[in-house]
Design a protein around this ligand. Sequence first.
Ligand code: COA
Ligand code: MG
Length: 307
Amino acid sequence: MKNLNRPRRLRRCQLSVPGSSEKMMRKAAGLDVDYVFLDLEDAVAPNKKKEARGMVVEALNTLDFGRTTRCVRINDTGTPYCHGDIIEVVTGARENLDVIMLPKPLAPADLLFVDKLLSQLEADLGLTKKIGLECLIEEVEAMIAVNEIAAATPRLEALIFGVGDYSASQGIPFAEIEGKGEYPADIWHYQRHRLIMACRANGLDAVDGPFPDFSDSDQYRTECRRAQILGAVGKWAIHPNQVAIAQETFSPSRDEVDRARAIKALYDEAMANGLGAVTYEGKMIDVAVVRLLENTLEKADLIEKGM
Ligand code: COA
Ligand code: MG
């Protein structure tokens, strides 16, 4: 069932920022980016993990992120860090935190653990707003269970295809991740399709994961475009120079928006006059076409509101 009540947020680009780097967190706060996640997982060495919690709280409480959504990626439920990450970050940052990102779930139970713990903390701390949840699909077990995971809790807002860990989990060679492999088709077509369908069926945002070669902007743009065509709303960035490319690729152009608005207005007028289909620039416009254009209009609306 579609989760229609979840908060809407722009996720054209989600920038990964190591939670153990004060410098990079400061840099991230100054960027024009839809979304940042301060990472306690893979970007932080095991001997820095507990210390990084305090650094992330300090960054959330002292830096001005402007319009940017503030998320923290915690460690997964199979580690000794997961519960402590959530308790320490939520207790410390309170309303300065918007979303928690959970890596490596295997089944809906992993999301429910995080959901219940967040509900307890929200009640205990008297928080005035609900913290969102999103999770990575990066294990083959999770990809197989993606429909059930997508429906696990109304707190869930988005799923991300975690390309790196997923490749390890499925046994795909590293060269393929960088778009330089020899597989005679898009290696990610099936997984993206499957994840995006689960997201759309449940009213969630689908986001494409990282692309490690941050000096190859052409291939990064290609990966953004492939995910966008299939229905994803955005892609991760691991370096500031990927941010503008993702935000541009996942935005409808001025022309597309103007055209969608003109067609919608024409169609609405025809409806009021009792007509079911109209002609626009020699092409038939009916309710199905208008439904397609509404995806564009919804995106344009979010971008204009700067959410
Ligand atoms: N977030 C915020 N700032 C970042 C950044 C990031 N992810 N990556 C780089 N920067 C900053 C650098 O600190 C530097 O800032 P400065 O101009 O003030 O000195 C500037 O952007 C340019 O960076 P550059 O020198 O080109 O790269 P680097 O060698 O400092 O860092 C990486 C390269 C790969 C180590 C770094 O981009 C990084 O840690 N990325 C995130 C890794 C991650 O989160 N992985 C887990 C998820 S897949
Ligand atoms: Mg991962």
